[in-house]
Design a protein around this ligand. Structure first.
Ligand code: A2P
Length: 330
């Protein structure tokens, strides 16, 4: 009989937490027992999994005493910094969606179809990357293997669900002419180049995440990469315009063939292209608008779209867990 696993979902009432539940159901993840945690605020509320109701428990220092195999965390950086080591000290494998652990040297940052090979049995805290980064490195890895990537410039168009329910509420309220409560500016009928806090060098933290995490996941510590991250009034589905300069001359047909063969990429031919509405509820990375950059010697442009709450967060985390199971690392 196939083994089943004791799973904890931390941040179960949040947008990604709720999507963990959906993705576990959709992918028929082998669950023997499951427990849902959130803060004191929503302890006692109910969540539904596989048609059954479960009472949400308050996350405390003793929550992991009873033994879990896997904990899926999406409860913010502070919660992760405090509770992931507690879970790991009980032998639980934590897959953490916050940015708290991603750039620590000893922590693996994983997009399974790109760098799952870095994972070992000793990795008890594993970081799930930034949403826009996940959907960008999947096609970038294909390009790098064929033509050696030298430089990348990202421009993102990011949905409000990337900010959780607070972002979605601001967009909904904007339709009714209400002032935003979470964002600094109105997002309805608007867009702004401001995601996460500003840094002293003029970039935002979101842009720095994309730059640092791309290098770490692709294992290219010296890759030149820059980003401008923009919030747009779309509920679900991030889009990224990616400009790439390569070492070797680009053979577009070879690249198109590689995208078409890739099991996690949906390639849009010619004048067809993906939009956020095309990808909602889907676990793949959708790529289109592929063309040579006429201003650079070995340059290309492409457009990558994905469901930021699924492939950009919950699905990628659960794919990491599936890989650990498949490779007997858990
Ligand atoms: P709660 O509903 O109790 O606030 P989002 O990213 O959509 O804002 O969701 C964040 C998730 O993280 C929610 O489930 C939230 O629970 C949970 N959370 C926030 N702070 C804590 C904490 N200190 N301990 C446990 N869960 C937390």
């Amino acid at each position: 009989m196939n083994k089943k696993y004791r799973v904890a979902v931390v941040g179960a009432t949040g947008m990604v937490g709720q999507t963990f539940i959906k993705v576990l159901e959709d992918r028929k993840f082998p669950v023997s027992e499951i427990t849902f945690f959130a803060s004191k605020r929503s302890a006692g509320s109910l969540v539904s999994f596989n048609g059954m109701n479960f009472v949400v428990e308050e996350l405390t220092e003793n929550s992991f005493d009873n033994g879990f195999d896997i904990a899926l965390f999406s409860a913010g950086g502070e919660t992760s910094l405090k509770f992931a080591p507690i879970a790991a000290s009980h032998g639980v494998v934590v897959i953490d969606n916050s940015s708290a652990w991603r750039m620590k040297d000893h922590i693996k940052l994983v997009v399974p179809e790109v760098n799952s090979h870095v994972l070992t049995k000793n990795d008890l805290i594993i970081a799930n990357p930034n949403c826009s980064t996940i959907q960008s490195v999947v096609p970038l890895d294909v390009i790098h293997k064929l033509f050696t990537v030298n430089r990348v410039i990202y421009s993102t168009y990011q949905a409000v669900s990337g900010s959780g329910y607070k972002g979605v509420m601001d967009l909904k309220n904007g339709y009714e002419n209400k002032e935003p409560e979470f964002y600094k500016k109105q997002i309805f009928d608007n867009c702004f180049p401001h995601i996460d806090d500003f840094l002293d060098n003029g970039y935002t933290k979101e842009e720095k995440k994309m730059m640092d995490e791309t290098r770490k996941i692709l294992g290219l510590s010296h890759l030149k990469v820059s980003a401008t991250c923009v919030r747009i009034p779309v509920t679900v589905g991030h889009s990224v315009s990616i400009n790439v300069e390569c070492e070797k001359p680009i053979d577009l047909n070879q690249l198109i063939e590689a995208f078409k063969q890739h099991q996690d990429i949906v390639y849009y031919e010619g004048r067809d292209y993906p939009t956020p509405q095309d990808v909602v509820g889907n676990d793949l990375v959708h790529v289109g608008r592929l063309r040579k950059d006429l201003s650079a010697e070995n340059g290309i442009h492409l457009w990558a779209v994905a469901d930021n709450v699924r492939k950009g967060a919950a699905t990628n985390a659960i794919q990491i867990a599936e890989y650990l199971i498949k490779e007997n690392l858990i």
